[in-house]
Design a protein around this ligand. Structure first.
Ligand SMILES: NC(=O)c1ccc[n+]([C@@H]2O[C@H](COP(=O)([O-])OP(=O)(O)OC[C@H]3O[C@@H](n4cnc5c(N)ncnc54)[C@H](O)[C@@H]3O)[C@@H](O)[C@H]2O)c1
Ligand SMILES: [Zn+2]
Length: 352
C-alpha cells in the first residue's frame, strides 16, 4: 500500500510532484481539470510546478457529469492525443475530477499512472485519498469503479482561496465525520470554530487526512474497518442521489447530503447502538449550526428509501449501517428496520 509515502503538502508538495514526474520521464503528461479548475487553478499549477508540455483535458464541472459519457470523451481525447501506457494523468480538481480521472486512468490501456491534486476541501480531506475511483451509473452514486491508489497526492490549501463558501462547508462536513468516527477530541476542536474560511480550516486538513489514511491502511478494500468512513453515507448517498435526479428539487452538495445522513444516523445510533440522546442532540446541533434545513416530504422519503435498497453496502434485503456507540466509537454492519428509518427522518424534521 503506497498511502503512507504518497501524500505531500503545500507548495513544496507541488515541487516534489514536479521533480518526481520529471524523474519518471513519462512519454506524455495529461492534466484533467473541470471548467472551474481550468479557470481558477490551472495557471497556478503550471507556475508552481514549472511543468511544461502538458496536455489539458477539461470536463464540465458538476456531479451530473461524473458518468460514463464523460469517461468516453476523455478516453477518446487521450487516444487522439497519442497517450500510451507510459503516459500519466494529473487530476486537478474536486472529488468529481479525482474520482472520475482516477477511473479513466485506471482503465485506459489497462491502467496508466495518475496523480491527485485536490482543489476542493472535500477532495483534500477525503476523495483524493484512499484509492477509491469511480463514476455514478444510472441513479446511483459510485456504482462503477476501481480501488487503485494514485502515485502521489499533493494537498495544498492555497487552492481553497477561490472555492465557493458552500463547497468549503461541504468539505467541512467530512471533517466533522472524521471526528465522529475516530476522534472525539478532534470533533470537539472543530466544534470550537466560529467561522468557516480557508484560513480557519487549513490547519485541520492534515489531521483529517491522517485519520482517513489510518483507516484505509488498515483495510484498503473495505472488508471491515474502512466501512466506518461510510457513517452518514448510507442515508446520505440515497438523499444525494434523490436530489441529483429530481430537477424540480433543490440540488444538494455531497457534504450537505451526508450532513443530513449523519443527523438521521445519530438517531439510529441511539436506537441500535446505545448512543446517548444527549450526544445525538449534540450531533444534530453541530450540523444545524452550519447547514440549512431541507424539507423532506413523505413522498421524498419513500423515494429515498427505494434508493437505499440499492446501496452497495447491503447484503440481501437487510439495510446495514455504520452507527456510533459514542462519538469516536463506530460499529459496522448494523441492520436497521424501515420503521426506524422513518423515525430518523422525523428526528431530522424536528430540528428547530
Ligand atoms: N473517492 C472517495 O473516497 C470519495 C470520498 C468522498 C467523496 N467522493 C466524491 O467526491 C465528489 C464530491 O467532491 P467535491 O465536493 O470536491 O465536488 P466537485 O469536484 O464537484 O467540486 C465542487 C465544486 O467546486 C469547484 N472547485 C473545485 N476546486 C475549486 C477551486 N479551487 N476554486 C474554485 N472552484 C473549485 C468544482 O469545479 C465544483 O464546481 C462526489 O462525487 C463524491 O462521491 C469520493
Ligand atoms: Zn463522503
Amino acid at each position: 500500500m503506497k498511502t503512507q509515502h504518497s501524500i505531500h503538502y503545500g507548495k513544496e508538495g507541488l515541487l516534489t510532484l514536479a521533480s518526481h514526474i520529471k524523474m519518471r520521464g513519462y512519454s506524455s503528461l495529461f492534466v484533467l481539470t473541470d471548467t472551474h479548475t481550468a479557470h481558477h487553478c490551472f495557471d497556478r499549477f503550471v507556475n508552481e510546478t514549472g511543468l511544461t508540455s502538458l496536455n489539458v483535458l477539461t470536463m464540465t464541472a458538476g456531479e451530473e457529469h461524473k458518468n460514463i459519457k464523460t469517461c468516453e470523451t476523455l478516453w477518446h481525447e487521450l487516444s487522439s492525443l497519442g497517450a500510451d501506457r507510459n503516459s500519466a494523468l494529473i487530476n486537478l480538481g474536486g472529488g468529481v475530477v479525482t474520482d472520475l480521472g482516477g477511473f479513466v486512468a485506471c482503465t485506459f490501456k489497462r491502467g496508466i499512472d495518475f496523480y491527485n491534486v485536490p482543489t476542493s476541501l472535500l477532495a483534500m480531506v477525503d476523495a483524493s485519498v484512499g484509492g477509491k475511483t469511480g463514476i455514478d451509473f444510472g441513479p446511483l452514486k459510485n456504482q462503477i469503479g476501481i480501488i487503485q491508489e494514485p502515485v502521489k497526492v499533493i494537498i495544498d490549501s492555497h487552492w481553497l482561496q477561490t472555492l465557493p463558501y458552500v463547497e468549503l462547508r461541504s468539505g467541512f462536513s467530512e471533517m466533522l465525520k472524521h471526528g465522529l468516527i475516530a476522534d472525539k477530541a478532534y470533533w470537539n476542536t472543530l466544534q470550537s470554530l466560529t467561522t468557516l474560511s480557508p484560513n480557519a480550516l487549513a490547519p485541520y486538513i492534515e489531521r483529517s487526512v491522517e485519520l482517513k489514511k489510518d483507516v484505509v491502511l488498515e483495510d484498503p478494500t473495505e472488508k471491515h474497518l474502512r466501512k466506518i468512513l461510510n457513517y452518514g453515507h448510507t442515508l446520505g448517498h440515497a438523499i444525494e442521489s434523490y436530489y441529483l435526479h429530481h430537477p424540480s428539487q433543490k440540488r444538494l452538495l455531497h457534504g450537505e447530503a451526508i450532513a443530513i445522513g449523519m443527523i438521521t444516523e445519530a438517531y439510529l445510533s441511539v436506537a441500535y447502538c446505545g448512543m446517548s440522546k444527549k450526544e445525538a442532540q449534540e450531533i444534530k446541533q453541530a450540523f444545524d449550526r452550519w447547514f440549512p434545513k431541507i424539507e423532506i416530504s413523505s413522498g421524498d422519503e419513500n423515494e429515498i428509501f427505494a434508493l437505499l435498497r440499492h446501496d452497495k453496502k447491503n447484503k440481501g434485503q437487510a439495510i446495514r449501517f455504520v452507527l456510533l456507540h459514542q462519538i469516536g466509537q463506530p460499529k459496522i454492519d448494523i441492520e436497521v428496520t424501515s420503521e426506524h428509518i422513518s423515525e430518523a427522518f422525523q428526528f431530522y424534521a424536528d430540528l428547530s
